[in-house]
Write a protein that binds this ligand. Structure first.
Ligand code: PLP
Length: 837
């Protein structure tokens, strides 16, 4: 018989259900595959397509999670367990494909491989078949997914609440060097991982007006007379922990038309009108908004936020009542985490539900709201802080605006007592921005309504206290704390880098997968072991070949796996400075054109990432990178030493091939702009060295891996501020640095745009006149640092040593560590003894 992962009591019990649904042996899985192919896909093996086999396999695996998922749901709704439950509210969950991760976490990878080979199928091909749910933009949504994995792995009962977007983040094509967006039809072939909970639905009111009335007991109350109503339907996706009994759930809401709202009354005889209402209702969960777009007029986005928050809180109240607890206990039972301000309307909605719908006293409701909510801030960029124009807000959520005014009145009254005469302070802290067109400040609502406010890296939290939330820090310093982000080693090492995982396990055992902080450091002595270095290098070379194959397939470009793989993958944004990397490429190109000796380090510079559809400068940066790539890759001499690739459609699935193949990780944002970054952690875990600024978690990564194993350049956040204050003039840097001037002139001359001097003018002008992100200030430091990296790479054994040390020392960037800290410092959840460190 084959090896079986930890078997829970539930599993033992489930044997009575029959082996076909639950058995974990290769035999049982093979039988289930044929069975599902027959019953669910209605196909005989000889007629089945690859997608049929994928679906049959997905259902086979989902079956094997049902027992544990149901047990967790039951425990959440039962009195017997005293455990607090985490409600992780997030507008985005970028889970990535489910199949491979489920096999890792259930511990049945080998059995499934064997079962598939018995029916003549190949696991890698079926893994490739899965279409990923792109229900997030990038880092923030991916963080939520890592946290769900860690919560389950640490046996913390949790529900991830969000939106089941019908269209996730767009697919990116590159045409003539430009980004083209294509709608993401991820549900086209069905989604085998979700379970529709048609019985779990909630009505959500929208628009209309409010009125006062006296209730039966003579109390003065408010009620909301909405203009329309939509229904949220729950779709659950099980989230299995790594080889533990806990299987949590993602509960995503789909918007549908309500039955209870009487269409007939409004549309007598108007059948098409009624259908239009239905269509209008369903648009709420239709599409994920790309970030970095102007917020103006996006009423639908506010509706989305309110929709999922309202459904989630109503569900939480329902589960509390099922458990037989009173509403007074809400905060003892639920730890509600707000992932950025997108769900911050929860503060007003919970107040409305408790006060208006459940007749609770305001003060009691307010204590409960503050005690349950925690707010995670993800950005210092002023333009990314959510603010809703007052008229738009009032039109959609009239009752919430009244509640926010009342919260604000009490908040400001309290401040007036504590800081008499300081009207400026009150104005700065107010939930309403009174300057110009009035706005509701969502970060202020979240901050006032939460007992804890956290940044996502040490530097970020410090800057929060000094900048965007400075006044909140002054009046409630006790609320502030840091929880540095982390990433799950299950997906980001075990799944995406199987060869490295096997090597690590061979030397230090497999406990690192669930215990990265304690175990990975045991690799450290091996950093100077020449045999281990050789194995390490062989695996990196294999991973680079696999990425080279993907590059060939997607772009037609041939790259040399022996060259230094220098990679920058992340959303395209000016603050992330892909264009600084581009300036370096042109500089290197100029240098190699003058003197291209065969000796020296060869590089393959790889970019990947999507630009928001409305962000023109980001799209121009993509065009510039592709234009540079075209010139360099076609140059018969320079291309011997340098290749440039823009890998289209960077997403979780393709990222599995990217992070493990990197020698050098580009983390080059303007200091003070990147809150944390998590790509930086994934690269380092997979043995890439970082070239980076002192920004976000780079600071902590550098301290962890050792300063001598990190390529540091650029101004510090403090220096950036100082330069700005002194009056920064990028043009003078351009004038005084001949290499820089030559680089920028080459772009401006039309060299990369067939003589067109206009194409890149907006980019050149922005650099020479404002340079908001200080590329020119960091340019020389970056070029020099790249040279140091090239020189270091010439000594491959020494590079391997540094690479091993990077992996060995980044155990603390596991999301398990982050979740332990959230449990201890914010949610006040005690972990089971075996999950304590
Ligand atoms: C990790 C990840 C990100 C975040 O990358 P950063 O470098 O931290 O910006 C974005 N997109 C995907 C697909 C990721 O996996």
């Amino acid at each position: 018989m084959s090896k079986i992962a930890n078997v829970s009591p539930a599993e033992v019990h489930s044997n009575t259900l029959g082996n076909v649904r639950t058995g974990l042996s290769a035999d049982a899985i093979a039988e289930a595959l044929i069975n599902n192919l027959h019953c669910l896909q209605a196909k005989l093996p000889q007629h089945a397509t690859r997608n049929d086999w994928y679906m049959a396999l997905a259902y086979t695996i989902r079956d094997r999670m049902m027992e544990r998922y149901m047990a967790t749901v039951a425990s959440i709704a039962e009195t017997s367990t005293a455990a607090k439950v985490v409600a992780y509210l997030s507008a985005e969950f970028l889970t990535g494909p489910h199949l491979g991760n489920s096999l890792i976490n259930l511990g049945i990878w080998q059995n499934v491989e064997e079962a598939l080979s018995r029916v003549g199928q190949d696991l890698p091909l079926l893994l490739e078949q899965e279409e990923e749910p792109g229900l997030g933009n990038g880092g923030l949504g991916r963080l939520a997914a890592c946290y769900m994995d860690s919560l389950a792995t640490l046996n913390v009962p949790a529900i991830g609440y969000g939106i089941r977007y019908e269209f996730g983040i767009f697919d990116q094509l590159i045409r003539d060097g430009w980004q083209v967006e294509v709608t993401d039809k991820w549900l086209r072939f069905g989604n085998p991982w979700e379970i529709v909970r048609s019985e779990i639905t909630f009505d959500v009111k929208l628009g209309g007006r409010t009125e006062s009335y006296q209730d039966e007991e003579g109390r003065y109350r408010m009620r909301w007379l909405p203009e329309r109503m939509v229904k949220g339907v729950a779709y659950d996706t099980p989230v299995p922990g790594y080889r533990v009994p806990t299987t949590n759930l993602l509960r995503l809401w789909k918007a549908e038309a309500t039955e209870s709202f009487d269409f007939e009354a409004f549309n007598v005889g108007d059948y098409y009108g009624a259908v239009n209402e239905k269509v209008a209702s369903e648009t709420i969960s239709k599409v994920l908004y790309p970030n970095d777009e102007p917020e103006a007029g996006k009423q639908l986005r506010l509706a989305q936020q309110y929709f999922f928050v309202s459904c989630s809180l109503q569900d939480m109240l329902r589960l509390l009542q099922m458990r037989g607890e009173t509403l007074d206990e809400f905060h003892l039972y639920w730890a509600t985490q707000l992932n950025d301000t997108h769900p911050s309307i929860a503060v007003a909605e919970l107040m409305r539900l408790l006060v208006d719908e459940h007749t609770m006293e305001w003060d009691r409701a307010w204590t409960i709201t503050q005690q349950t909510c925690g707010y995670t801030n993800h950005t210092l960029l002023a333009e990314a802080l959510e603010r809703w124009p007052l008229p738009l807000f009032a039109k959609l959520l009239p009752r919430h605006l009244e509640i926010i005014y009342e919260i604000n009145r009490r908040f400001l009254d309290d401040l007036r007592r504590r800081y008499p005469g300081d009207d400026q302070l009150l104005g700065r802290l107010s939930l309403i921005d009174e300057a110009g067109d009035k706005h509701v400040r969502m970060a202020h609502l979240a901050s006032v309504g939460s007992h804890a406010i956290n940044g996502v890296a040490a530097l970020h939290t410090n800057l929060l206290k000094q900048t965007v939330l400075r006044d909140f820090y002054r009046v409630t310093p006790e609320k502030f704390l840091n929880v540095t982000n982390g990433v799950t080693p299950r997906r980001w090492v075990a799944l995406s880098n199987p060869k490295l995982s096997a090597l690590i396990t061979r030397h230090i055992g497999d406990r690192w997968i669930a215990n990265l902080e304690d175990e990975l450091q045991h690799l450290e002595p091996l950093a100077i072991d020449v045999d281990f270095q050789r194995d390490w290098q062989t695996i990196k070379a294999d991973n680079k070949r696999a990425l080279a194959d993907l590059i060939k397939e997607r772009t037609g470009i041939l790259v040399d796996p022996h060259s230094l793989f220098d990679i920058q993958v992340k959303r395209i944004h000016e603050y992330k400075r892909q264009h600084l990397n581009a300036l370096y490429l042109i500089t290197l190109y100029n240098k190699l054109r003058r003197n291209c000796s065969a000796a020296g380090t060869s590089r393959t510079v790889i970019f990947g990432g999507k630009a928001a559809p409305g962000y023109r400068m980001a799209k121009l940066i993509i065009k510039l990178i592709n234009a540079i790539a075209l010139t360099i890759n076609l140059d018969p001499v320079v291309s011997q030493r340098l290749k440039v690739v823009f890998l289209p459609d960077f997403n979780v699935k393709s990222s599995h091939r990217v992070y493990p193949a990197a020698d050098l990780s580009e983390q080059i944002s303007t200091a003070g702009k990147e809150a944390s970054g998590t790509g930086n952690m994934k690269f380092a875990m997979n043995g890439a060295l970082t070239i980076g600024t002192l920004d976000g978690a780079n600071v902590e990564i550098r301290d962890a891996v050792g300063h001598e194993n990190f390529f540091l350049f650029g101004l510090t956040a403090e220096e950036v501020e100082q330069r700005r204050a002194e009056g920064y003039t990028p043009h003078s840097l351009y004038v005084s640095n001949p290499e820089l001037r030559e680089t920028i002139d080459l772009i401006a001359s039309g060299f990369f745009s067939s003589g067109d001097r206009e194409l890149f003018r907006p980019l050149v002008d922005s650099l020479l006149t404002r340079d908001d992100y200080m590329l020119l200030a960091d340019y020389q430091s970056y070029v020099d640092c790249q040279q140091r990296a090239s020189d270091a790479y010439a000594n491959r054994n020494d590079w391997a040593r540094m690479s091993i040390l990077n992996t060995a020392r980044v155990g603390r960037f596991s999301s398990d560590r982050s979740i332990r800290e959230y449990c201890r410092d914010i949610w006040k959840i005690r972990l089971a003894a075996s999950d304590e460190r």
